[in-house]
Design a protein around this ligand. Structure first.
Ligand SMILES: [Zn+2]
Length: 256
């Protein structure tokens, strides 16, 4: 059984995405520079968590050899490429969008699917962090994911609003993209419960998937409008935030 506190934290971290829709009450548009900077920041936090938490976790628990970690990273990357291809071919139903407003699959819907897909490895990572119940490492990952989910939620809701002019659609898609995360977290916890020795390869899988999402989708998107310097600086800041979180939470919850 999944611990109730772990369950609550998984949901809180994923649904932090919904907080990102709140500024929509005041702001209805972002400049390309701000958009690219926010995306870079989220990408930096993701890379930091992959390198600081998930990779060491994998090498520590990989039964056998570094080959297990390498294999897991490879499978994670392939899974993301497969998922992206699949979603481009299979048209998804579009709830929350009333008749008369069309959602252009060229822009808003792509941002929505990109961020929804990329929340899957983030949820896996959070679930993996809590594989042994509440732990400082789990808190670090959950808090880091929650933090970078806020700008991501803002990006999804603004993109959807720009095309639908509907706050309901903007909030609905934002929430839906965030909901992927606790679901993936639960999948990770149940899978690890069934395969207790799987933590090493599961962590490596999450590393491969997260790094692929960052390099395949977030970095190219944040460099598309000519603000690659701002996006890169924000990515470095995101990495620093992940380091600070890791150190700060390690200090606040010393390992027994
Ligand atoms: Zn993210």
């Amino acid at each position: 059984m999944v611990d109730a506190a772990v369950l609550a934290l998984l949901f809180a971290s994923g649904l932090a995405t919904a907080l990102g829709a709140a500024p929509l009450i005041l702001v209805r548009r972002l400049s390309h520079r701000t958009h690219d900077t926010l995306l870079g920041l989220a990408a930096g936090i993701m890379l930091g968590i992959a390198g600081l938490e998930l990779l060491p976790q994998s090498t520590e628990h990989a039964t056998g050899s570094p080959a297990t970690t390498a294999l897991g990273i490879g499978i994670g990357a392939i899974a993301i490429f497969g998922l992206v291809r699949l979603l481009r071919r299979v048209p998804l139903p579009m709830p929350f969008v009333g008749n008369g407003v069309s959602l252009n699959p060229g822009a808003a819907f792509l941002i929505f699917t990109a961020l929804a897909i990329h929340n899957a490895p983030e949820g896996l990572a959070t679930g993996i962090g809590y594989a042994d119940g509440l732990s400082p490492q789990g808190h670090t990952i959950a808090l880091a994911m929650a933090l970078q989910n806020v700008p991501e939620g803002l990006l999804v809701s603004l993109a959807v609003y720009a095309e639908t002019r509907s706050l309901r659609a903007a909030f609905g898609y934002c929430l839906l993209s965030g909901a992927v995360e606790p679901v993936a977290g639960l999948v990770a916890l149940f899978a690890l419960g069934a395969v207790p020795g799987g933590l090493g390869i599961a962590s490596a899988f999450a590393v491969g998937a997260m790094v692929s999402v960052v390099l395949f989708q977030m970095v190219p998107e944040s460099h598309r409008h000519g603000y690659h310097r701002a996006a890169t600086a924000a990515l470095a800041l995101g990495l620093a935030i992940a380091v600070a979180l890791d150190a700060g939470l390690g200090w606040a919850f010393p390992q027994a």
